[in-house]
Design a protein around this ligand. Structure first.
Ligand code: PAF
Length: 283
C-alpha cells in the first residue's frame, strides 16, 4: 500500500489506474480504524480493482465543545490494518491540503430536509462539515464507488442525497454495522467508555430491538418511543433522541407498512453513542 499526503500525488496515482481501465473504490475515514472500517474496505474491494482509503480527522464536522482534539489518532496501526484489508492507496492529507482557503472560508452545504433532524438538531453544523469534506474527497479521488457504514444512517442518507443532487457519478454504498459480541455497534468512541459504561452500552441496541418489536406489533409509535427513551434514561443514559422514521428518514405515520428505521443517540458520561435498526412493521 502506498501512502500519499497531497492531492497532486493522489490524482497522479489514481489517473494511472484509470488509464489502465481500473475501477476505483473509496473508503473515507477519520482513522482509529477498527473491524467496522476494515469491512468497508473489503466491501469496496468486491466492486473495484483498486481501493483508496483516506484518514482525515475533519475539523469542520466537530462542534466547539466536541472531541476534535482528543479524537484518537493512530495512523501507524491504521495503515497496518488497511494493508491486511486490501487497501491500495492511503490518502493522509493535512488540514491545509483539504481546506486551502482555510476551514472558516469553506463553501457551506445543507440538505434542509435531512441535516436539521436527529443528530443534526443537537450537532448544528456537523453535517455541513461532513458534506464539505466528503465532496472535496470525492473531487480529489474521483472514485466509481464509495462505501460508508450504516451505523451512521443519517450521514449515509445525506451523502446519497448530496451525490445525487450534485451529480457525482459515484455509486454510494452502505455497509452493515459491525458489532461487538454483546451487540454494541463498533465505534472509535467506544474506547472512551469506562468499564461500567461499556457494560451498559449494548442497552441502546437492545432498546431499539424492543422498540421495533412494539411498533411491528402495532403499538402506537409515540408511546413506544417514549417508553424506550425512559428505559435508557432509567439505566443512566443522557438521551438525545429516540425516533422511529421511514427508511428515507421522513416522519413515520402509525399505520404504514413500509420499511422503518428506529434510531437513537444517547450519552454515557461524555461519550455520545448512536445506533439504528431497520425493520418492517407486520400486517
Ligand atoms: O463517518 C466518518 O468517519 C466521517 O464522518 C467521514 C465520512 C469520514 C467524513 O469525515
Amino acid at each position: 500500500m502506498r501512502t500519499v499526503e497531497t492531492v497532486a500525488e493522489l490524482r497522479a496515482v489514481v489517473a494511472a489506474w484509470r488509464r489502465d481501465g481500473q475501477r476505483i473504490g473509496f473508503v473515507p475515514t477519520m482513522g482509529n480504524l477498527h473491524a467496522g472500517h476494515f469491512s468497508l474496505v473489503r466491501q469496496a474491494r468486491e466492486s473495484a480493482d483498486r481501493v483508496v482509503a483516506s484518514i482525515f480527522v475533519n475539523p469542520s464536522q466537530f462542534g466547539p465543545n466536541e472531541d476534535f482534539d482528543r479524537y484518537p489518532r493512530t495512523p501507524e496501526s491504521d495503515a497496518e490494518g488497511l494493508i491486511v484489508a486490501g487497501c491500495d492507496l492511503l490518502f493522509l492529507p493535512t488540514v491545509d491540503e483539504m481546506y486551502p482557503l482555510g476551514v472558516e472560508h469553506r463553501v457551506h452545504m445543507d440538505v434542509p430536509s435531512l441535516t436539521g433532524i436527529l443528530c443534526g438538531a443537537s450537532r448544528p453544523g456537523h453535517f455541513d462539515g461532513v458534506c464539505s469534506v466528503v465532496s472535496r474527497l470525492f473531487n480529489q479521488v474521483q472514485p466509481d464507488a464509495a462505501v460508508f457504514g450504516q451505523k451512521d444512517y443519517q450521514q449515509l442518507a445525506i451523502l446519497r442525497h448530496m451525490a445525487r443532487d450534485l451529480a457525482f457519478p459515484i455509486d454510494i454504498q452502505g455497509a452493515p454495522t459491525q458489532r461487538e459480541a454483546d451487540g454494541l455497534a463498533m465505534s472509535s468512541r467506544n474506547q472512551y467508555l469506562t468499564p461500567e459504561q461499556r457494560a451498559l452500552a449494548p442497552l441502546i441496541q437492545q432498546t431499539l430491538h424492543w422498540l421495533a418489536g412494539q411498533v411491528a406489533a402495532g403499538k402506537v409509535i409515540a408511546g413506544s418511543v417514549q417508553a424506550a427513551r425512559q428505559r435508557l434514561t432509567d439505566a443512566g443514559f443522557d438521551v438525545d433522541y429516540v425516533e422511529v422514521r421511514r427508511a428515507d428518514l421522513a416522519a413515520a405515520t402509525d399505520n404504514a407498512m413500509e420499511e422503518r428505521v428506529a434510531l437513537a443517540a444517547a450519552k454515557l458520561g461524555c461519550t455520545r453513542l448512536i445506533d439504528n435498526l431497520l425493520f418492517v412493521p407486520a400486517l
